[in-house]
Ligand binder design. Structure first.
Ligand code: HEM
Length: 512
């Protein structure tokens, strides 16, 4: 009954449409990923464009985009979708610079992106353009540059690391049991970002691994909002929303739970702030609430955006990192040498000089970026530096996933995990130093005016985790079949399909 609207639209429109596609070219659906033709430029038909190819590769969208882009001489292609709607995808650094910096004003996130996420994110920094974005960016960058916030972040991460993460891993090692490292790291990142943004501890990472109400609502709202992007015909989710049925009904419930919860916290914080004189060791919400000119809904929108931006990104990066380390013992050895020099419970000043770990994390995110693709909507006609014509309203995407796998950008050994490509040995002192890549060739944190605000915080958190886990434990994939390679999947952020089951082994101290 609840799905009646969806059923009607299915019977009237979608079913006849797919039957039509099926009779035109049945072979496309059976060829799926096995055929070598998938790596060629997708075939385009009148009216439906490359819909066949898009559907056949839906489950491996990032991999397919990378294969197609590698076959394009300029690293850019124009894809025709249903009813001839055109979309541009590029892996060309010149184009990326043009979109993200030189012609920033022509390429906002746009209406399609923002309306899809607006029920959950409102007009928070992650989901807005123009003056509203500029204002939020200004006040947030100011806070992110304060030493006091950095110290607060460091303390929050240390507490979560030493009081929760390490004890859970120790117990797993003692019991010789298997745990899903991806799930554990997601819980860890969620607790951290909630404490930093809200000053609230959801207790998501606990020995019982129970899911608290706020965490469930936030996770559901994130998943269901991002699933809207998966609809070939967005009208369907819009219809379900109007009828308040199915996933849209659940999304509404989850979103209102998150917002109600946030409102309660704002009330409590305002009370606390009246009694507090200093903001030395406090969360982002309290810092924003100190400004009487900002209204509560506006502040809630910003903070929800921060939680979204910070929750799954660092955990995705670390999950792939630990998998890559487990199959590259030489890299692990180099990392252990660096850890050996580190003091007990290292903080910001200690981890910032750990160049080998920094390079390994960058290298891991080159191959498995937490945000594998990003797209903008052209606000006027334009021409990209490689000559691609852009019409107003077209979606223009760039793919960090594909860019990390382009031979012309990284050389013929692009498929190898080699932290050394980010390092240089100083001639005189023989010391290793980190060589950053140009952000338009490596837009893993985006680039230009909208570059990730949490980049420094993300590295601080990831390096502290790497040092403390690898110092104590070996992370061994439970699925140790030869040649086993986990599958990279994504909506807004990337994940390892099916999680990352691992065994944890206490490290013999002689390894250090
Ligand atoms: C490895 C970890 C991370 C990666 C790879 C990453 C990557 C990105 C990317 C690609 C964007 C642009 C997204 C878009 O506009 O569509 C972004 C934006 C943003 N990130 Fe991160 N991020 C990470 C961690 C964090 C953390 C921990 C925070 C902490 C709060 C954070 C805060 C933000 C914010 C606020 C924005 C919006 C900036 C704006 O639109 O002006 N990020 N990040």
């Amino acid at each position: 009954m609840l799905e009646l609207g969806f059923l009607v639209s299915w019977l009237l429109f979608i079913l006849p449409f797919f039957t039509f596609l099926f009779f035109i070219n049945t072979s496309y659906f059976t060829r799926k990923s096995s055929s070598s033709s998938i790596s060629k430029l997708p075939r385009s038909y009148p009216l439906i464009g490359s819909t066949f190819a898009i559907l056949a590769n839906r489950h491996r969208h990032n991999q397919w985009t990378a294969e197609v882009l590698r076959n394009c001489p300029t690293g850019t292609y124009v894809l025709r979708g249903f009813l001839g709607v055109r979309q541009i995808s590029t892996a060309n650094p010149e184009n990326v610079k043009h979109i993200l910096k030189s012609q920033f004003c022509i390429y906002p996130k746009g209406r399609i992106f923002t309306t899809t996420l607006t029920d959950f994110l409102g007009t928070g920094i992650f989901n807005t353009d123009g003056d509203n974005w500029k204002f939020q960016r200004q006040i947030s960058s100011h806070e992110f540059n304060t030493k006091s916030l950095r110290k607060f972040i460091e303390d929050v991460v240390k507490t979560e690391l030493y009081d929760r993460l390490i004890p859970i891993l120790s117990t797993t090692a003692e019991k010789n049991s298997v745990l899903d490292l991806q799930d554990i790291l997601q819980r860890f990142a969620f607790d951290n970002i909630c404490k930093i943004s809200f000053g609230y501890d959801p207790g998501y990472l606990s020995p019982s691994l129970q899911r608290t109400e706020f965490a469930i609502a936030f996770e559901d709202a994130t998943r269901m909002s991002s699933e809207r992007f998966g609809y070939m015909i967005p009208l369907i989710w819009k219809l379900k929303r109007v009828l308040n049925i199915g996933s849209e009904k659940h999304l509404r419930e989850a979103t209102s739970k998150v917002r109600e919860f946030a409102k309660d916290i704002v009330r409590q914080k305002k009370q606390e702030l009246k009694e507090k004189s200093s903001l030395e060791a406090t969360d982002l919400l309290s810092r924003f609430l100190k400004d009487d000119n900002l209204n509560d809904d506006f502040v809630i929108d910003i903070v929800i955006s921060f939680i979204l931006a910070g929750q799954d990104t660092t955990s995705a990066a670390l999950t792939w990192f630990f998998w890559l380390i487990s199959c590259n013992p030489k890299v692990e050895e180099e990392i252990l040498k660096e850890i050996n020099q580190a003091p007990e419970e290292p903080g910001y000043d200690d981890v910032k000089d750990m160049v080998y770990i920094h390079a390994s994390l960058c290298e891991s995110m080159r191959l498995y970026p937490p945000v594998p693709a990003d797209s903008k909507e052209a606000a006027s006609d334009d021409v990209l530096p490689d000559g691609t014509v852009v019409k107003k309203g077209m979606r223009v995407s760039y793919s960090p996933y594909a860019m990390g796998r382009m031979e012309n950008l990284w050389g013929s050994d692009w498929a190898e995990f080699k932290p050394e490509r980010w390092l240089e040995r100083e001639k005189v002192r023989g010391k290793l130093s980190f060589m950053a890549k140009d952000t338009y060739t490596y837009p893993v944190f985006q680039a230009g005016p909208r570059i990730c605000l949490g980049k420094e915080m993300a590295f601080l958190q990831m390096k502290m985790v790497v040092v403390e886990i690898l110092r104590r434990f070996r992370v061994v994939p439970a699925n140790d079949q030869d040649g086993f390679e986990p599958v990279f999947v994504s909506y807004l952020t990337s994940k390892m399909k099916g999680g990352f089951p691992v065994k944890i082994q206490e490290r013999d101290s002689s390894h250090l």
